[in-house]
Design a binder for this molecule. Structure first.
Ligand SMILES: Nc1ncnc2c1ncn2[C@@H]1O[C@H](COP(=O)(O)OP(=O)(O)OP(=O)(O)O)[C@@H](O)[C@H]1O
Ligand SMILES: [Mg+2]
Length: 358
C-alpha cells in the first residue's frame, strides 16, 4: 500500500499543507522544519496514536482548537481508501474511513499499515519493560486486531481487580473470582501471541542483522511467568491472592512480561555499543515490516526518520536496498549529501521550511 496524498490542518507546525508522495520520497529541511511531524502524522493515521508523545492534544498547533489529518491510500489489489482523523482539544478522536465514522479507534487497526523508524527506537533494546511491551503490543495489534481486543479486556479487568484489591485491603468485602476468570483467559491469549511474534522477531532480527553485514548471533529471550493454559493461570492467580491483597495489586500476568536481546550471549542493553544497538533496532523494524507484509499481504509504508544517518555510506545504501523492498518509502534528511546519486534519482524530493512546502 502507499500514501499518495496527505493533508494537514493545524497539526504541529503545519497550518494547512498538502503533500503528494511517490514510491520513494525524501523529505528535506533544516532542523525544526517539520520533517518528523509528517511521518508522525502518517503513522497516526495507521494507529490512531502518536509514537512521539502521549496524547494527541499535544499535536494541536499552538493556539488552535484542534487538528485534522487526511490521507489517501492506494492498494495493489483493492480500491483506495481515505482516512481522516480529527482531534479537538480535550475531546476524543474522530476517525473516518471513506467518510464513515468509526465507532472505536481500534477499528482502524490493520487498515493502514506503516513502519516508523525513529531515533528513539533504541529503547526497544535498552528502555524499560513497559516500552518493549508497548512496542510488541502495537505490532501484534496492527497485524491481528483480535489480539488488541483480548489485551483491552485484560487491561480493563486488571484495573478493576487492582481497585478491588485496594478496597479489600482497606477492609471492604469483595469477590475477586469474576476478574480472575477474565484475566486468566486473556492472559493465556496474550501470552501465546507474544510468544509467537517473539519467535518470529528472533528469527528475522538475527537474519537482518547478519544481512546488514555484521557477524554475531542475535537472540531474544521472552521473560514471562504467564502460562498459555487459562486454567493454570487461574490457579496461580488464586494461589497468589494473599500477596496481592497485602500489596493491593496483581503480581502475576502479562502486564509484567518483558523480553531481552542478546548478541552472542551478552545482554545487548548492557554490552552493545550505541552503533550496535542502533543496528539491532533497525533489524527489529525490518522484521516488523516483514511481519506486516506477510500478515496483511500488502507491503507497509516505511517511514524512516533520520535513524540511518549515523551509518556509513556503504551500509546505509545496503540497508536501504534491504528494507522492505516492495514498500513505499519516505525518508527525512537535513541534506541530501549522504544519499548515493543512484538512490536519489528514483526519489521524489519534498522540500520543507517552517511547516511549508518550498
Ligand atoms: N503543537 C505544536 N504547535 C506548533 N508547532 C509545533 C507543535 N509541536 C511541535 N511544533 C514545532 O514543530 C517543529 C519541529 O518539527 P519536527 O520535529 O518535525 O522538525 P524536524 O524537521 O524533524 O527537525 P529535526 O531535523 O531537528 O529533527 C518545531 O519547530 C516545533 O516548535
Ligand atoms: Mg526530526
Amino acid at each position: 500500500m502507499k500514501i499518495t496524498r496527505l493533508w494537514l490542518l493545524n497539526f504541529r507546525n503545519y497550518e494547512n499543507a498538502t503533500l503528494d508522495f511517490a514510491d520513494n520520497n525524501l523529505i528535506v529541511g533544516t532542523n525544526g522544519a517539520g520533517k518528523t511531524n509528517v511521518l508522525e502524522a502518517i503513522d497516526i493515521l495507521a494507529t490512531s496514536r502518536s509514537k512521539i508523545v502521549n496524547g494527541l492534544n499535544k499535536c494541536i498547533r499552538y493556539g488552535q482548537p484542534g487538528f485534522a489529518i487526511n490521507g489517501r491510500f492506494d492498494f495493489a489489489q483493492r480500491p483506495s481508501l481515505t482516512v481522516a482523523l480529527r482531534q479537538e482539544r480535550g475531546a476524543g478522536r474522530v476517525i473516518k474511513i471513506n467518510e464513515e465514522t468509526l465507532s472505536r479507534a481500534s477499528e482502524l487497526l490493520g487498515r493502514v499499515n506503516s513502519v516508523l523508524f525513529l531515533p528513539s527506537d533504541l529503547e526497544i533494546i535498552h528502555g524499560q519493560p513497559v516500552q518493549r511491551r508497548k512496542y510488541l503490543d502495537i505490532v501484534i495489534s496492527q497485524a491481528e486486531p483480535e489480539y488488541c481486543r483480548a489485551l483491552q479486556i485484560y487491561v480493563r479487568a486488571l484495573k478493576q481487580r487492582n481497585e478491588l484489591l485496594k478496597n479489600m485491603r482497606n477492609g471492604q468485602s469483595g469477590d475477586l473470582s469474576v476478574w480472575d476468570a477474565q484475566l486468566a483467559d486473556c492472559a493465556a491469549q496474550v501470552k501465546l501471541k507474544r510468544q509467537e511474534y517473539l519467535e518470529f522477531f528472533a528469527r528475522e532480527t538475527a537474519q537482518f542483522y547478519n544481512a546488514m553485514g555484521f557477524a554475531g548471533q542475535l537472540t531474544l529471550k521472552y521473560k514471562t511467568k504467564t502460562l498459555s493454559d487459562k486454567q493454570k493461570n487461574l490457579e496461580v492467580l488464586q494461589s497468589s491472592r494473599a500477596e496481592d491483597l497485602r500489596f493491593g495489586r496483581t503480581h502475576f500476568g502479562p502486564h509484567t512480561d518483558d523480553f531481552e536481546v542478546y548478541l552472542d550471549e551478552n545482554k545487548a542493553a548492557e554490552f552493545c555499543s550505541q552503533g550496535q544497538k542502533r543496528l539491532i533496532s533497525i533489524a527489529f523494524k525490518c522484521a516488523e515490516a516483514k511481519i506486516k507484509r506477510q500478515k496483511l499481504d500488502d507491503p507497509p509504508i516505511v517511514l524512516i526518520d533520520d535513524v540511518l544517518l549515523e551509518l556509513d555510506l556503504v551500509r546505509l545504501n545496503k540497508i536501504i536496498a534491504a528494507i522492505a523492498p516492495r514498500s513505499q518509502k519516505i525518508f527525512t534528511v537535513t541534506d541530501t549529501g549522504r544519499f548515493a546519486p543512484e538512490l536519489l534519482k528514483d526519489m521524489r524530493i519534498i522540500k520543507l521550511e517552517n511547516g511549508r512546502l518550498v
